[in-house]
Design a protein around this ligand. Structure first.
Ligand code: E4P
Length: 260
């Protein structure tokens, strides 16, 4: 399953890209309102960071307005996908964009029938909002499962993009249901990385390493060095600054040099 970031925050997008897990980005007017500035400028910047699809949402509610806004977005970069809300006008705009070769993401999908119509009109991404359904005591994941089954049964090419994700459980459930993509707030991406036992294990390994090296150094050997540190035989070297045994900032770690 592909992972998109659901944000207009450039720094969050840069970090996820550095982690090597970013397949695309979705934005919407509410996410844009959190960062402000020029929406077009932000979209251009995002498209420089990722070559994956970047959704830019129209705010017009009439067909001509949606077409005008969407065409302008599509000119910003080749990976822009125009995000259009599900509505009678939205379906018409999606169909017109498809004729023009402009890719669309149909947003605000709350039922599998809506998803089916959006795909039929020509949207390449279909965005069911699972968190907002959960919020009103309806199981959002049912819509994902139904759409996956419908698209498989009828060989529909559009991709299901699980949106309105609130927690890591939503992500694993979407992946197991066969969703093609999930778009996540940065916080959920961070929550997926961490596990209390992983974080505790990292600290314990570092502490044990430091204890063992300190003991070796106290014996006057050459083993006080951190992995990768070059030590002259008999020097009884102290670990260098910035290495596991050194005085680098709290929580920093080193790893053995390649081949060592
Ligand atoms: C993404 O495309 C959607 O706009 C977004 O996931 C909606 O999330 P929310 O329900 O948390 O606002």
């Amino acid at each position: 399953m592909k992972i998109f970031l659901d944000t207009a925050d450039i720094e969050e997008i840069r970090i996820a890209a550095r982690w090597g897990v970013l397949d695309g980005v979705t934005t919407n007017p509410s996410l844009y309102a959190k960062v402000g500035g020029s929406y077009e400028g932000i979209l251009r910047e995002i498209c420089k960071i990722t070559s994956g699809p970047v959704s830019a949402e129209v705010v017009a509610e009439d067909v001509e307005g949606m077409l005008r806004e969407g065409r302008a977005f599509a000119k910003l970069a080749r990976n822009i996908v125009v995000k259009v809300p599900m509505s009678e006008e939205g379906l018409e705009a999606i169909s017109r964009f498809a004729e023009e070769g402009i890719k669309t993401n149909c947003t605000l999908i709350f039922s599998s029938n809506q998803g089916l119509l959006a795909a039929k009109a020509g949207a390449s991404l279909i965005s069911p909002f699972i968190g907002r359904l959960d919020d009103i005591n309806q199981d959002g994941m049912i819509v994902i499962r139904e759409l996956v089954e419908m698209f498989e049964l009828h060989d529909i090419d559009a991709e299901i993009l699980t949106a309105s994700v609130r927690n890591p459980l939503h992500v694993s459930q979407a992946a197991l249901a066969g969703s093609h993509i999930a778009t996540l707030p940065f916080k959920v991406l961070q929550q997926m990385i961490h596990h209390p036992l992983t974080d505790k294990g990292i600290v314990t390994f570092r502490q044990d390493w430091e204890k063992a090296r300190a003991a070796a150094a106290a014996k006057g050997g050459t083993d006080g060095a951190a992995p990768g540190q070059i030590v002259q035989p008999g020097s009884g070297a102290q670990p260098a600054k910035g290495t596991a045994g050194g005085s680098a900032r709290a929580g920093s770690r080193s790893r053995p040099a390649a081949g060592s």
